[in-house]
Design a protein around this ligand. Sequence first.
Ligand code: GLU
Length: 279
Amino acid sequence: MRRGLLAPALLASAALALAGCSSDDDSGDDSSSGSGDSIKIGIKFDQPGLGYKDGDTYTGFDVDVATYVAGKLGYDADKIEWVQAPSANRENMLSGGQVDMIFATYSITDDRKKVVSFAGPYFVAGQDLLVAADDTSITGPEDLEGKNLCSVTGSTSAQRIKDDYASGTQLLEQPGYAECVTALTAGQVDAVTTDDIILAGLAALPANEGKVKVVGNPFSEENYGVGIPKDSDKCEDINTAIQAMVDDGTWQKLLDKNVGASGYKANEKLNPPKPAACA
Ligand code: GLU
């Protein structure tokens, strides 16, 4: 008797679950809500506190800044499609039309400006070093002679090591900084190098706590811009949104919320930056 009642109920819920699944699968080109109303934003998926994917949840300062800016451009949060934008792929993703904007610890540089455009900057970080917690031999870039480093392909961090510290250092390149931290805790390299704000977020992960430390001696200025295709007409509107975010207190709130727990302190002489004039 019970089985007779239960079985149809189970079947019905299974059918509902299936229906739910298939309509989710269609969300990318859901014509009823108008695919033209959505926006594709490139972020990092593996940088805690900045751009981080956990299941269906995206968190971090870049994610929150992107959500604020998209809102000012007329896109509600549910119209944002988050796309992973690894360091080495960012220019190609913009010029190939895979994303409309990139918020991914993306430094504005003259080389990149040959291929893409930037709004912002909305943050200024500095290249730093992450070393083993008990390492006293590395206190800054002047101590890198004879050391093995890890950084990410296509980043300004890796490029600076090749340009300025090539003689005397070995550089291991990985697709992401999390892989570099794994190499560090496994003893395969002596230091990971990239922006201090990224290293702070990785060092604060429970799995890495007590094992690694940020040296805290930054040796570059990394101006985080909003990457847009070269022909984009969004630069002015993005800059207006960034300035509003700073003026209304949201910028500070989002920074505290996302990187406060890591103990990271933004350089107050450089932050918050003024967006530069659009080209
Ligand atoms: N900000 C630097 C860059 O844009 C390093 C961080 C990153 O790889 O995203 O290359």
